[in-house]
Design a protein around this ligand. Structure first.
Ligand SMILES: *Cc1c(COP(=O)(O)O)cnc(C)c1O
Length: 838
């Protein structure tokens, strides 16, 4: 349903001549030539232009051509193979920058750098002109981005489906130590990495009501009518595999108004009102909700979720009909929808609806397909993150999908009753509809009931899911539940962000590790080689210098390179316990002031991360960190011993500088709260040693690297639950002189001398016997582990061994391994290589 006229060419056969272009050059001169042509002819720049931005644009266009050339071959290969396909549905894709990744994966990074330098240009400077595509909050969105990279590298026919937010994650400014948010209009200049596809526009329904009627054959059928429709226009982003000619697709939907006017309003003279309604339609993809790990019950959010689900499913069914006609008997064998958390879970009802109402299948046939093609990944155990939508809102916005959810629930509860006769309490617990003052739809339960597979994202998380939150469902369907420990792509998170280490790895174990990260194991013996350790040290120091320069620029804090770089960057959340880290910093500061500095290890502590704009405590923690940093950094007694900085606007491109320059990786969440973590994996790959709790994937990191190369501390998940009863933080404080002195400094407003009382809520949270994060309980163990880390760092050779072994044992955390497991256990697809370019 094109938005504008797309007149068909009058051709009976696909015109091969039209596409018979000679392959584009992939060498230094060919790339440089195209670059010059784009710069001067397409962009019209001349020698007076001093703006680096246009050199970035010229290079982006040069690469775009080379991506296009391979992209259509991948699409063709998928069509011709008639292969099974997976559709990865996610409200977030935290892609970061595209240019340097495209260079790496196309295998032209070295020749391009050479070509540019012949023109006096520096690739790094060009690349820095590209804004991050910040279409995600944090770990969940970045996971989706890493998965796309791995799927393309493994040549699996996986398409990402998401939303094209006009405004991505807000930009964070720090003023007087506090977070300010600024809109991120990242597409102000046009985006060279997208291809608009108006010919695949879909029409999405909202509101209205349902009509039950009999079709021509007298069978009962349903119409969803009087709806307010919104157009979904797809924009495709190329996802290149690593040096394999595969280019997969990320399809992002933009909301657009239909060109229909409300004629009544129009004729009544309300022309502006009638045009303004069009605007409301386009609001759906205006802005990303900036909440990480917490639900947001706003109507616009539910609109976004349904908009993604409906448009993506229509797109998949349209493709199915194009290639296979109206017969859906093979559909379930050839398709899988992977749901990234419950955000797209309304897909279960929407696939049922489209199969029945649009394609004429009966309930049984539609359910057989839906329940075999949906798969759901859970990302959190935090109760505040479990999505529920009020039934009244569903009724208003999505009346037809709600009818379907009710019927799914009725049939499901009958199954529960058959299995546990008379157990009405269990039926109440498991119902997709939560009864109460405001009836709610439980989206996680909808996803479980409608899916063939339900997975957690680390071993501990998956176990806690089936023992707790999803226990009833596990008893009913034990075979549905499985674990897929997260991973990160070694292309971006090692080869690209750490060129120094990449060169050493290539030289030492050859470059096969980029595709097969388990080969990093071959590094392990080199930990005992003193000359190798010296080179490892030089690379780490150069990366620390790059990070220190960034910190100096953005924070105006000097990080000396001989200090241990101790880093915690991630979303600011109480469960992640940035508070515990800053308490330790205050403790170190207090030791310096007391003169307790024998055997001191100089330390630079770096924090970074965004707080959800409405999350009061998280914002207070940012302010506390900055106030402590100000006091510490300006005190002459701390010179050469301790520095603290909060780096503003933490994002993917910053992490690419931070991870390679880090010595100590802080992964200190309350055990049982962090589902997996992926920041922990990026640090490990880049040779940082972890200080961490037994939480999420930290457990598996420690198993891989060995206890002697990991600084473990704190309560276990079981101990956290057990100790909750009778937890007495005030007694812990009273019996630990170090913690008592830290609390005394906070109580005395030492870090907020002229801002009386501003930290009261934070201080009180530590003393609260119901503190869910049990910060005081882990303080002593944390300080002791920090002391062990500091001592280890003073022994340079010992530390270097640990660092090398962390990288060597990080192969398990490649997202290639994760995607291999999704494919083996859930998707069951074969790789489909495209025809080579020639
Ligand atoms: C990896 C990453 C995250 C996830 O970090 P965690 O420590 O696992 O919470 C969040 N944001 C960005 C920008 C990242 O690159």
């Amino acid at each position: 349903m094109p938005t504008s006229a797309h007149t068909q060419l009058r051709r009976s056969e696909p015109n091969e001549q039209l596409f018979a272009t000679p392959p584009l050059a992939m060498d230094t001169e060919g790339i440089a030539e195209d670059f010059r042509r784009y710069y001067s002819h397409t962009l019209g720049r001349d020698r007076d232009c001093r703006s680096a931005y246009y050199t970035y644009k010229a290079l982006a266009n040069t690469l775009r051509d080379r991506l296009m050339e391979r992209w259509k071959r991948t699409r063709q290969a998928h069509d011709e193979a008639g292969c099974k396909r997976t559709h990865y549905l996610s409200l977030e894709f935290l892609m970061g920058r595209t240019l340097s990744n495209a260079l790496l994966n196309l295998g032209v990074d070295a020749v391009t750098e050479e070509g540019l330098s012949l023109m006096g240009l520096h690739l790094e400077e060009l690349a820095a002109c590209e804004p991050d595509a910040g279409l995600g909050n944090g770990g969940l969105g970045r996971l989706a981005a890493c998965f796309l990279d791995s799927c393309a590298t493994l040549q699996l026919p996986v398409k990402g489906y998401g939303l094209r937010y006009e405004y991505g994650m807000f930009r964070q400014l720090i003023e007087d130590g506090a977070q300010l948010e600024e809109p991120d209009h990242w597409m102000r200049d046009d985006n060279p990495w997208e291809l608009r596809r108006p010919e695949y526009t879909q029409r999405i329904q909202f509101g209205g009501h349902t009509e039950h009627y009999k079709d021509h054959d007298g069978r009962p059928a349903v119409r969803w009518v009087n709806t307010h429709d919104v157009l979904a226009v797809p924009y495709d982003i190329p996802i290149p595999g690593y040096e394999n000619n595969t280019i997969n697709t990320l399809r992002l939907w933009k909301a657009a108004a239909t060109d229909e006017f409300d004629l009544g309003e129009f004729n009544a003279g309300s022309y502006p009102e009638s045009v303004a309604q069009k605007n409301a339609a386009e609001h759906i993809t205006m802005v990303l909700y900036p909440n990480d790990a917490s639900e947001n019950g706003k109507e616009l959010r539910l609109r976004q979720q349904f908009f993604l689900a409906s448009a993506s499913i229509k797109d998949v069914l349209r493709e199915w009909v194009r290639l296979n006609g109206k017969d859906f008997t093979q559909f379930a064998e050839k398709n899988c929808f992977q749901l990234n958390d419950t955000h797209p879970a309304v897909s279960v009802a929407e696939l049922m609806r489209q199969l029945m109402d649009d394609h004429g299948l009966d309930w049984a046939a539609a359910w057989a397909i839906t329940s075999k093609t949906m798969a759901y990944t859970n990302h959190t155990l935090l109760p505040e993150a479990l999505e529920r939508w009020p039934v009244w809102l569903f009724e208003q916005l999505l009346p037809r999908p709600l009818e379907i959810i009710y019927k799914i629930n009725a049939l499901f509860l009958a199954e529960v009753a058959t299995r546990w006769p008379g157990d009405s309490e269990r039926q109440r617990r498991m119902s997709l509809i939560e009864e109460g003052d405001v009836k709610q739809v439980r989206m996680a339960y909808l996803a479980i009931v409608g899916s063939i597979s339900v997975n957690g994202v680390a071993a501990l998380h998956s176990r806690l899911l089936v023992e707790g939150l999803f226990k009833d469902f596990y008893e009913l369907w034990p075979g549905k539940f499985n674990n897929k420990t997260n991973g990160v792509t070694p292309r971006r998170w090692l080869a690209l962000c750490n060129p120094g280490l990449r060169a050493l790895l290539d030289e030492t174990i050859n470059d096969g590790w980029v595709r097969d990260l388990d080969r990093l194991e071959r590094l392990a013996p080199y930990a005992e080689n003193a000359a190798f350790r010296a080179r490892w040290h030089d690379i780490k120091q150069a990366n620390k210098a790059r990070l220190a320069q960034t910190v100096a620029q953005l924070c105006h804090v000097d990080f000396p390179l001989d200090a241990m770089f101790d880093v915690q960057v991630k979303r600011i959340h109480e469960y992640k316990r940035q508070l515990l880290n800053i308490l330790h910093v205050i403790h170190l500061y207090n030791r310096i002031k007391r003169g307790d500095t024998q055997n001191w290890t100089p330390r630079c502590v770096l924090f970074g991360g965004k707080a959800a704009p409405g999350y009061y405590m998280a914002k207070q923690i940012i302010k506390l960190i900055n106030n402590v940093a100000a006091v510490v950094n300006r005190d002459p007694a701390t010179e050469g011993k301790l520095r603290v900085a909060f780096i503003p606007d933490y994002r993917v491109s910053l992490m690419e500088v931070i991870a390679p320059g880090t010595d100590l990786s802080e992964q200190i969440s309350t055990a049982g709260k962090e589902a997996s973590g992926t920041g922990n994996m990026k640090f490990m790959m880049n040779g940082a040693v972890t200080i961490g709790t037994l939480d999420g994937a930290n457990i598996e990191i420690r198993e891989q690297v060995g206890d002697e190369n990991f600084f473990l501390f704190g309560l276990t998940a079981a101990e956290v639950e057990y100790r909750r009863h009778g937890y007495d933080p005030n007694s812990i404080i009273a019996h630990d002189p170090a913690l008592l002195e830290v609390m005394n400094l906070l109580d005395a407003a030492h870090f907020n001398q002229f801002e009386g009382g501003i930290f009261d809520a934070v201080i009180n949270s530590i003393r609260n016997p119901y503190d869910p994060w049990m910060t005081a309980a882990d303080f002593r163990a944390y300080v002791d582990a920090q002391e062990r880390a500091a001592a280890a760092y003073r022994n340079r050779e010992r530390w270097l061994r640990m660092s090398i072994l962390n990288t060597a044992h990080s192969g398990h955390f490649s997202s290639d391994r994760t995607i291999g497991e999704y494919n083996r256990d859930i998707w069951h697809m074969e790789p489909v290589p495209p025809a080579p370019v020639r």
